[in-house]
Design a protein around this ligand. Structure first.
Ligand code: UDX
Length: 441
């Protein structure tokens, strides 16, 4: 199929390359000239395992190209809209400027029978409004949310755990145009469809809600276990054992019960805020009032990590050398958007600590946003002479490949704050360290 992908950020760049890798003829369109140049040269503009390979194959095979010219969308059968919907500058709601601009640019190039597949995360109700404008051109709008995780984005796009397509419905059934759009998208995702990947057809509102509900649930799961960490701290319980024990209940499950400094990134924080803002507009703020609480718990855990460092250093970090291990919001990513790790580093710096940050992938991004912090590429150099070690992103380099005896030979003070509860506390204590976890005795 011929496809256009409008918006080549995290989602769009991966989507364009992944669609090309399964045999489609794809043009990626973005207004950012530098990004387009990099992608056209087969260079991934961000760290994402496997992306460079499929970009290069697609570009070399001539079934993947990138341009800033929206007219290149003309002639595609399916147009994926994957522009960003950031948090509004002055509030919690989503900023739809880029979605509106993408639609304005695309509409003149649509032909009757084309499918526009919205992938951006939007407030529920957005698609219904856009559908009318798309329909006037003879094309059809579908809403096709994505659930990709950074670090696994290529796999999640080619081989997702479900595909959701929202279309126009009458009395709960797709209209004729909607049914045709569904068939087009089945063709677009052929390899996954042939693998019997669940393919759910819904109305627009449900498709939009699936995305935010999924992220709200994940955020709630993380904040729930972090709330239990707070109770554990007040009672001497160990939240990691608690999570193991409740996680054995198949109805609960152990995944996303990792207590620590909480969630960040470009999706969960902004999506739960936008969801709460949209619910308020709908007169249903009470229904998701808990999301504000989840947000608050999440932010409190960053401060708790700072408190632990203060406790470990007898109340003051002033002049103390603090090795911060990690800057990205999670491992296998160079993304520092709303990163809890960097937030902890910035707070410790603000309290007068001599903070040294290291990370295997995110230092260039971190340096751009927080130039006042000190960054060191080499982990061992960062550890050298540290008074306290603060682990804030659970990269394998720290979790698996940093024996406590080796780390002990480098530091000045054998004190470690494990902001992700990912170290073996007993092994670190046995090597002479004072170990502080999150929600652990
Ligand atoms: C998330 C959703 O998982 C994905 O489906 C959606 O499409 C986009 O948002 P992502 O932002 O890549 O994906 O990160 P995710 O793996 O969900 O982690 C989010 C944050 O939660 C990270 O900061 C991570 O460190 C934190 N987290 C995760 C925890 O604190 N504890 C856990 O147990 C799991």
């Amino acid at each position: 199929m011929r496809m256009s992908v409008i918006g080549c950020g995290y989602l769009g760049a991966v989507h364009a390359a992944a669609m090309a890798s399964i045999g489609h003829d794809v043009v990626g369109i973005d207004t950012d000239e530098a990004k387009v140049c990099a992608l056209a040269a087969g260079t991934a503009p961000f760290f994402e395992p496997g992306l460079s390979e499929i970009l290069q194959t697609g570009v070399a095979g001539h079934n993947l190209r990138f341009t800033t010219d929206i007219r290149a969308a003309a002639g595609s059968d399916v147009h994926f809209v994957s522009v960003g919907t950031p948090q509004q500058a002055g509030g919690y709601a989503a900023d739809l400027t880029y979605v509106d601009a993408a639609m304005d640019g695309l509409l003149p190039h649509l032909r009757p029978g084309d499918v526009v597949a919205g992938k951006s995360t939007v407030p529920v109700g957005t698609a219904a409004g856009l559908a009318r404008r798309v329909r006037d051109t003879g094309a059809t709008l579908a809403w096709n949310p994505e659930f990709l995780r950074e670090g696994w984005a290529v796999k999640d796009t080619i081989d997702p755990d479900r595909i959701v397509v929202g279309v126009e419905t009458v009395d709960g059934s797709p209209t004729e145009h909607g049914a045709r759009a569904i068939e087009q998208l089945r063709d677009a995702y052929r390899p996954a469809v042939e693998k019997q990947t669940p393919f759910l057809v819904t109305d627009y509102a449900t498709a939009e809600l699936v995305k935010v509900a999924a992220n709200a649930f994940l955020a709630t799961k993380i904040s729930f276990i972090n709330a239990m960490a707070e109770i554990s701290e007040a009672t001497g319980a160990d939240v990691t054992l608690l999570a193991d024990a409740i996680g054995h209940d198949g109805r609960i499950g152990r995944r996303f019960l990792g207590a620590g400094i909480g969630f960040g990134g470009g999706c969960l924080p902004k999506d739960i805020r936008a969801f709460a803002a949209r619910a308020e507009e709908l007169g249903r703020s009470e229904s998701v009032a808990f999301l504000r609480e989840m947000d608050a718990i999440n932010l409190r855990r960053r401060e708790r990590a700072v408190q632990l460092v203060l406790e470990a250093l007898d109340g003051s970090v002033h002049g103390k050398r603090i090795a911060v291990l990690g800057a990205s919001f999670k491992p296998h990513s160079d993304d520092i958007r709303d990163s809890p790790a960097l937030d902890v580093a910035v707070r410790l710096h603000g309290l007068g600590g001599q903070v040294v940050v290291t990370d295997p992938a995110a230092l260039d991004n971190a340096r751009r946003v927080h130039p006042h912090l000190t960054y060191i590429d080499d982990r061992d150099a960062a550890l050298r002479d540290a008074d306290v070690v603060v682990l804030v992103t659970e990269w394998d380099e720290y979790r698996r490949q940093m024996p406590p005896e080796h780390a002990a030979s480098l530091v000045r003070g054998k004190v470690v704050v494990d902001g992700r509860n990912c170290l073996d506390a007993a092994a670190w204590r046995a090597a002479g360290w004072r170990y502080f976890g999150m929600g652990r005795p």
